[in-house]
Ligand binder design. Structure first.
Ligand code: 26V
Length: 793
C-alpha cells in the first residue's frame, strides 16, 4: 500500500504516510462486508432505521476500526516487526470533532452499537468542513481557532457523486390543480443546492455487519456553473457555506438563517435519498412505514416531518390523511434538554421565505392540530401546545405532534418532561412518551481507552462483557478479594502515571500520581456548576494557608471544558479557574497538596486519556438540569467514584451501585422546583450567614486571585447579588462535606478500591448496546442480533 500510494517503502516513509497506508488497507479490508451488508438489507427488504443528527462526535477511527474488525493485535504485532509503533501513527489522524458535547458523542456511540447489535441502522448528518473550534488559552482566556480536520484528507469517507440530490431554498410557490384533481406546487426562482453524500463505514464489533454514516456536503449544481465569473464565485461561496462550520453554541438558541439552512439541507437530502433507495426495492410508497424508521435527535432535524409530508404529497401524490399517517409512524424524537434557552423556535418570516412550501405544510399541520384538539382540550392547552405561536415556529412542538414516540434520556429527565416541561403534551399523547436512558460504547471507552483494565477483567471473568456489558456484574464476586482489589489499584496507578507524564509534557505541570485525581470534564455551562468545584478548591487553599498542617490527602483537580464563543459568563469562569490555577500551582507553601490542571481543547481524544486516570467523577449539576450526562457512565466504567447530585443518570448510577458506593449531596429536583414555586431562595443570605463561604467568596474580589479582577467581580455578583440562578451557594456546605468524605474514603485503599470495583461491576447497564436495542425494539421496530434479545430483559 505504501508503494501504491506514495511509491516508497517502509524505511523511507514517515508517520503520515504509514497512517494513510494503513487506513487505506483497513478500508479495503472492510469493503466486502460493507457491500454484502447493503446487499443483504436490500435482498431481505429489512426495515432500516436512520438516525438524523446535526452532530456526530466520532473521535479517531483507526484503532476502533481495527478493534471492531478483530485485527488490532495482529496489526499492532505486524507493525512492530516493521519497527513501527501503532500508538504513534494513530495520533496522525485528525479527531473529527463534528459535535459540541454529549448529544453528538451519544450519536457516535449509537452508530457503533447499532452495527455491533446488527441493527440495520445508519447515521445521517452534515460533513462540516470545520469541526468544533480548537481551544487555546492565552493568558488564561479561551481563544478559538478553526479546526480544519479535513486538511490532510479523510481515509474513511467515500464521496458518492452518483447519489447526490438537489435541495431547494427560497423562491415563490403556488398550488395548481391538475386534471386528476391533485394540488401540485409550482416553484419559481428557487436557489438549488447540490447535496453530495460522503459515506463512512460503521463496522460492527466481532460480526460482519458494516452500516453507513452518510454526511452531506453542499455544492454548486453543475448547470449553475454557466454564469459570469464573479457571480459564480459568490454563489459558490454562499452555497458551500451551508456545510462549512458546526455551530459551537449548545446552550443558547439563536435564530440564525444559516443554521436553519443547515437543518433543512441535511434533512431534505437525507429523506430524498431514503425514498430513492426505498423505491429501488420496487415497493409501494404506501408501505414506507413498514420499511423505514427515522429518528430525530433533538429538534435540529425536526423539519424531517414537513419534508417527508412534502415528498409524499407533492411527489408521490398521496392525500393528506394518508401521508400524515405514514409520517407519524416513521418519525420518532428524542428530547435532550429542559433548558428553555436551548429550545429552537424560528421566526415565521425567516422560515416562510427560506422554505415557502415547507412552511405551507407546517401551517396546515398546525391548523389541523388546532382543529382536531378543539373538541378534546381547553383553548389554553391548545394555545400552549400549537406549533405556530407568537410569530414563531416551535420545533419541539412540531417534533412531538409529528412523531409516534417522544423519549427523554434518563428516568428522571423523562419524568420531568412528563410532569413539568411537556406536561400538556403528556396529557394529550400519554402513550407517546417513554424513557431511553443513554449509554456509552464499551469498545471505545474501556477496551481501547483502558487496555490494562480490559485485560484484568478478561482474566477474572472472561470476555463476554465485550458484547454483553451487564456481564461485568460478575466482578462483584471479587469485592472482598484483596488481591483483585490491589491489582485494580495498580492499574489505576499506572494510568495515572501515564497521564501525569502527558500533563508534564503538555502543560509543564508536575502532578503526583499518588494524589487523588478529581475530574470534571464537560462543556462549560453555569448549570453544570464548575464554580462549585472551584469554590471548594479555594476553601482548601485557604485552609492550607491558614494552617499548613491541615490534614488532607493531596489532590489534583482536572478540568476539561470548552465554552461557547459567545457565552461570556462561561468564558469568565474559564479565566477564573486558570487564574486560581496560577495562584495555587505556584504557591510553594501549599507543598504540592493541591494542583489544578485545566486541559486545553478537551474532546474525544483527550477524554480517552483522562478517564482511565480518574479517581473521582464530578457530576455536580443543579438537580433537574442535566438531562442525563454520559461522562458519568464513562468514568464509573473506568473505576472512578462518583461525587454527584441526584440529577440525570446519576440517580440510576446510585440505584445500581447502592448509596454506599457513590457520594450524593445537594438539592433534589423536587426541592429545586419548590424554591422556584415559593421564590424563597436568597443567595445573599448564605453569603451573610456562612462565614466560611463568605471568606471563600471574598477571594473573588479582594485581590487574592491574580489577574482576574473583572471576572472575579462579575462572578461574585452573579452568585451573591444577582440571585445565583443555579443554587451554588445553597449546595456549598453539603458539597464540602461530601468532599471530606471522599478524602476519608480514599485514605482507606481497600475500601476505595472496593467502591471502584462495584462501580465497574455496576456500569454494565449503561452500555449503548442496551440503549439502541431498546430503541430498535420499542420505537423503531427493526431487527437486531438474535442473541442480543436477552439484553432487553
Ligand atoms: C443545542 C443547541 C441549541 C441551539 C443551537 C445549537 C445547539 C446545539 C446543540 C444543542 C444540544 C443541547 C442539548 C444537549 O447537548 N443535551 C445533552 O445531551 C446529552 C445526551 O443525551 C445528555 O447526556 C446531556 O445531559 C445533555 O445536556
Amino acid at each position: 500500500m505504501l508503494t501504491e500510494l506514495y511509491s516508497m517503502d517502509v524505511a523511507q516513509s514517515e508517520d503520515t504516510e504509514q497512517y494513510f497506508a494503513l487506513g487505506n488497507l483497513v478500508r479495503s479490508y472492510c469493503a466486502k462486508n460493507w457491500s454484502s451488508t447493503n446487499r443483504l438489507y436490500m435482498k431481505k427488504e429489512k426495515k432500516q432505521a436512520y438516525y438524523f443528527s446535526m452532530e456526530f462526535l466520532l473521535g479517531r477511527m483507526l484503532k476502533s476500526n481495527l478493534l471492531n474488525l478483530g485485527i488490532l493485535e495482529t496489526v499492532r504485532g505486524g507493525l512492530k516487526e516493521l519497527g513501527i509503533d501503532l500508538e504513534k501513527i494513530v495520533q496522525i489522524e485528525a479527531d473529527p470533532g463534528l459535535g459540541n458535547g454529549g448529544l453528538g458523542r451519544l450519536a457516535a456511540c449509537f452508530i457503533d452499537s447499532m452495527a455491533t447489535c446488527e441493527i440495520p441502522g445508519h447515521g445521517n448528518g452534515i460533513r462540516f468542513k470545520y469541526g468544533l473550534f480548537k481551544q487555546k488559552f492565552v493568558n488564561g482566556y479561551q481563544v478559538e481557532l478553526p479546526e480544519n480536520w479535513l486538511q490532510n484528507g479523510n481515509v474513511w469517507e467515500t464521496r458518492r457523486m452518483n447519489m447526490a440530490v438537489t435541495v431547494s431554498f427560497y423562491g415563490k410557490v403556488w398550488l395548481e390543480e391538475t386534471v386528476n384533481g391533485y394540488m401540485l406546487p409550482h416553484y419559481e426562482n428557487t436557489e438549488r443546492v447540490l447535496a453530495v453524500p460522503y459515506d463512512t463505514p460503521i463496522i460492527g464489533y466481532g460480526n460482519n455487519t458494516v452500516n453507513t454514516l452518510r454526511l452531506w456536503s453542499a455544492e454548486l449544481p453543475a448547470q449553475d456553473e454557466a454564469m459570469d465569473y464573479w457571480s459564480y464565485i459568490q454563489r459558490r461561496n454562499r452555497i458551500e457555506s451551508i456545510s462549512e462550520v458546526l455551530y459551537p453554541d449548545d446552550s443558547n438558541y439563536e435564530g440564525r438563517l444559516l443554521r436553519l439552512k443547515q437543518e433543512y439541507f441535511f434533512v431534505s437530502a437525507g429523506i430524498q435519498s431514503i425514498i430513492r433507495h426505498y423505491k429501488k426495492m420496487g415497493l409501494s410508497i404506501n408501505h414506507l412505514a413498514e420499511k423505514v424508521a427515522i429518528h430525530i435527535n433533538d429538534t435540529h432535524p425536526a423539519l424531517c416531518i414537513p419534508e417527508l409530508m412534502r415528498l409524499l404529497l407533492d411527489e408521490e401524490h398521496l392525500d393528506w390523511e394518508h401521508a400524515w399517517n405514514i409520517t407519524i409512524n416513521v418519525m420518532s424524537y428524542t428530547n435532550h434538554t429542559i433548558m428553555s434557552e436551548a429550545l429552537e423556535k424560528w421566526p415565521i418570516d425567516m422560515i416562510s421565505s427560506l422554505l415557502p412550501r415547507v412552511y405551507q405544510i407546517i401551517s396546515e399541520i398546525d391548523r389541523r392540530y388546532v382543529e382536531k384538539m378543539a373538541a378534546l382540550h381547553s383553548t389554553g392547552k391548545i394555545e400552549r401546545t400549537r406549533i405556530i405561536e407568537g410569530g414563531h415556529v416551535k420545533m419541539a412542538h412540531l417534533a412531538i405532534i409529528g412523531s409516534h414516540s417522544i423519549n427523554g434520556v434518563a428516568k428522571l429527565h423523562t419524568a420531568i418532561l412528563k410532569e413539568k416541561v411537556l406536561h400538556d403534551f403528556f396529557l394529550i399523547y400519554p402513550s407517546r412518551f417513554n424513557n431511553k436512558t443513554n449509554g456509552i460504547t464499551q469498545r471505545r471507552w474501556l477496551m481501547l481507552a483502558n487496555e490494562p483494565l480490559r485485560e484484568l477483567i478478561n482474566e477474572k471473568i472472561g470476555n463476554d462483557w465485550e458484547k454483553t456489558l451487564t456481564e461485568l456484574k460478575m466482578l462483584k464476586a471479587f469485592r472482598n478479594d484483596e488481591e483483585t482489589l490491589k491489582e485494580l489499584a495498580e492499574i489505576k496507578r499506572i494510568n495515572k502515571a501515564h497521564f501525569a507524564e502527558y500533563v508534564l509534557d503538555a502543560l509543564k505541570i508536575e502532578v503526583d500520581p499518588d494524589a487523588i485525581f478529581d475530574v470534571q470534564i464537560k462543556r462549560l455551562h453555569a448549570y453544570k456548576r464548575q464554580l462549585l468545584n472551584l469554590l471548594h478548591i479555594l476553601k482548601l487553599y485557604l485552609d492550607l494557608k491558614e494552617d499548613p498542617k491541615t490534614d488532607i490527602h493531596p489532590r489534583v483537580f482536572i478540568f476539561g471544558a470548552k465554552a461557547a464563543p459567545s457565552y461570556t459568563y462561561a468564558k469568565e469562569i474559564i479565566k477564573l479557574i486558570n487564574s486560581v490555577a496560577e495562584l495555587i500551582n505556584h504557591d510553594a507553601s501549599i507543598n504540592n497538596k493541591l494542583k489544578i490542571v485545566f486541559i486545553e481543547n478537551y474532546g474525544v481524544s483527550l477524554a480517552e486519556k483522562i478517564i482511565p486516570a480518574a479517581d473521582v467523577s464530578e457530576q455536580i449539576s443543579l438537580a433537574s438540569k442535566e438531562a442525563s450526562g454520559t461522562s458519568n457512565m464513562k468514568l464509573m466504567l473506568n473505576g472512578a467514584v462518583t461525587l454527584a447530585t441526584l440529577d440525570g443518570a446519576n440517580v440510576e448510577i446510585r440505584d445500581r451501585v447502592g448509596s454506599e458506593n457513590i457520594i450524593i449531596f445537594g438539592l433534589t429536583d423536587k426541592e429545586v422546583y419548590q424554591y422556584y414555586q415559593d421564590g424563597s431562595y436568597h443567595s445573599h443570605d448564605y453569603y451573610e450567614n456562612n462565614p466560611v463561604l463568605q471568606r471563600v467568596l471574598n477571594t473573588l474580589i479582594d485581590g487574592t486571585i491574580p489577574d482576574a479582577e473583572t471576572e472575579g467581580r462579575d462572578i461574585f455578583n452573579s452568585l451573591v447579588n444577582y440571585g445565583d440562578e443555579y443554587f451554588v451557594l445553597r449546595d456549598f456546605d453539603e458539597y464540602v462535606a461530601a468532599q471530606k468524605k471522599i478524602d476519608k474514603l480514599y485514605r482507606d485503599p481497600l475500601t476505595w478500591q472496593r467502591m471502584a470495583l462495584i462501580n465497574i461491576a455496576g456500569a454494565g447497564v449503561f452500555s449503548s448496546d442496551y440503549t439502541v436495542l431498546q430503541y430498535a425494539n420499542d420505537i423503531w421496530d427493526v431487527a437486531y442480533r438474535p442473541d442480543a434479545g436477552e439484553l432487553l430483559n
